[in-house]
Design a protein around this ligand. Structure first.
Ligand code: GAP
Length: 508
């Protein structure tokens, strides 16, 4: 069912101009995608909402747009040159390469799936009298599997925390993990692979000219923190937010736009007084979770997941996970990054990165709480959450993309019932008036039913139909996407009615 839903999302995204494989006429380039006419609008609206929530609605947060290329020493200081690695393992029979941690996580996910199946079966069998908590805490199969999950997690954590590649290999062998392609257990040893893309700057290619495409936007914020702090005269705590491209040479190029080699991040670094990190970490966890909920994402599809293996810069970290069609996976990371990055930049640049605290007359390196969300993953979240097949009362069905109206690519589509009798002209006049207020579409091809279906499929919250009566009563039919309720409203009122419903302010 979920796999079918995922396939449907991918084909829908292409059919309706949301996402195309990159350079498709040359058979595409793996893990890179292009956003089409509807995709770019939805993506821009997500950015707009994030920017508004994080920057414009917070007097303590300002924006930044740093360059993608940075001085190469940045990445030495941040630890990315030495430690931004994935543990890889090859299957000798299929010649396929995998991330060792993902193989183990997939193994754990399969055990979880078995538990979920048993719970579903029991729910069906016991009906009303079913108590999930009692079942999961007493059923021997579930208890045995939970014990296995805990043991595997513990071994995995210990192996990763000590960077013991042999232990990771041993765990894969011990669990009898097989290659999904060849089905064999014929594995190579586990090796580290750096994820940064390198390229040369200038005309002479030698070692000193190697620069990297940034693997995260965060470092652009760190190296500018004093520029921003001094010119904005901000006091701690304050934040800097940025939206921009990041690049990673991902080994597993699958799951559509979930894992890309070129993607966009929306990151915010919140600079705080050392010692206050726990309080701010909790604060940003809450804030970010409610941001997702404000977009109408179903509660049971969102969860926190504490990191098993902390990144080299963090003293606490968690993910906000969304239940994608392929299971709960990371959508956003919230990290307590300590003073690691600024300390490292002070060390490598030999420039003081200290904040002078006017209240205590002390200078110190601030601590940082980071919120980091992948824009493309947010896009996939909205598609996964909102794309539905609905059975209608008349026995037919429709494909509906139910997305928050404020984020919809088109807010209202103007649909003259027929092209003739002056209806096109009235429709065009209305389009020209409404386009000043919100993103409008205009469609006069095919039957009105087919046009409604097309707009439902791209998430347009309102359709405005101009018919022959419009010429007499100066009214149009306003149809709402989710309920399909239609009402006659005066042409003069349309802008007001729609504006109120599609305004981003309605999300706050
Ligand atoms: N500055 C911290 C940082 O980059 P991360 O957990 O590696 O942390 C943050 O990445 C977010 O960026 C993730 O939660 C995810 O949404 C997104 N992301 C990371 N790698 C990605 C990829 N290959 N494709 C798409 N999105 C990705």
């Amino acid at each position: 069912m979920s796999e079918d839903h995922f396939k449907k999302i991918i084909s829908h995204a292409k059919e309706f101009g949301f996402i195309f494989p990159s350079s498709e006429i040359y058979d595409g380039l793996s893990a890179t995608y292009d956003y089409g006419q509807n995709g770019v609008e939805l993506k821009n609206n997500i950015k707009k909402y994030w920017w508004k929530s994080m920057v414009q609605m917070n007097k303590d947060i300002v924006g930044l747009d740093a360059a993608i290329f940075m001085h190469p020493t940045t990445w030495k200081a941040s630890g990315h040159v030495d430690a931004f690695n994935d543990p890889l393992i090859d299957n000798k029979d299929s010649k396929k390469r995998y991330r060792a941690d993902v193989l183990i996580e997939d193994f754990i996910a399969k055990i979880h799936e078995k538990n979920e199946k048993d719970i579903l079966k029991a729910k069906k069998r016991f009906g009303e009298s079913f108590n999930e908590e009692t079942f999961t805490t007493t059923n021997p199969n579930i208890l045995r599997r939970n014990k296995q999950i805990a043991e595997v997690n513990e071994k995995m954590t210990s192996a990763f925390n000590s960077d013991d590649l042999n232990e990771i290999y041993n765990l894969i062998i011990e669990l009898g993990i097989t290659c999904p392609v060849s089905g064999s257990k014929n594995w190579t040893e586990v090796r580290q692979f750096n994820l940064m893309f390198g390229t040369e700057i200038g005309s002479v290619a030698d070692e000193s000219s190697t620069i990297y495409l940034r693997p995260e936007t965060a470092q652009g914020i760190f190296v500018n923190y004093l520029n921003v702090q001094k010119t904005s005269r901000k006091k701690l705590p304050f934040g800097i937010a940025q939206i921009g491209k990041a690049f990673r040479n991902e080994i597993i190029a699958r799951q559509f736009i979930f894992r890309m080699r070129e993607f966009e991040q929306m990151e915010m670094q919140f600079f705080i007084k050392p010692g206050t990190q726990k309080e701010w970490y909790d604060y940003w966890k809450k804030q970010r979770m409610s941001w997702h909920k404000s977009l109408g994402i179903e509660n049971d599809k969102l969860q926190f997941h504490d990191h098993v293996k902390l990144a080299h810069y963090a003293d606490a970290a968690c993910d906000i996970e969304f239940k994608f069609p392929f299971g709960f996976k990371e959508l956003e990371g919230i990290h307590s990054r300590t003073d690691f990055d600024l300390k490292q930049h002070e060390l490598y640049s030999k420039k003081k990165q200290r904040y002078f605290d006017p209240e205590t007359n002390e200078s110190y390196i601030p601590y940082v709480i980071e919120t980091s969300i992948g824009l493309d993953r947010m896009f996939l979240t909205l598609l996964s959450n909102g794309l539905k097949e609905e059975k209608l009362d008349d026995g037919s069905s429709r494909t509906l993309f139910s997305v928050a109206p404020a984020l919809a690519p088109t807010k209202a589509a103007i649909l003259p019932l027929v092209k003739k009798d002056g209806l096109s002209e009235i429709g065009t006049d209305l389009y020209n008036k409404l386009k000043l207020d919100f993103e409008c579409g205009y469609d006069e091809k095919d039957s009105i039913g087919k046009r409604y279906r097309r707009q439902d499929a791209v998430g347009t919250p309102f359709c405005i139909t101009v018919d022959h009566d419009t010429k007499i009563d100066q009214k149009v039919t306003l149809r709402e996407r989710d309920t399909m309720i239609q009402e006659r409203v005066s042409i003069d009122e349309v802008s007001n009615i729609v504006s109120k419903k599609v305004n981003m302010n309605s999300l706050f």
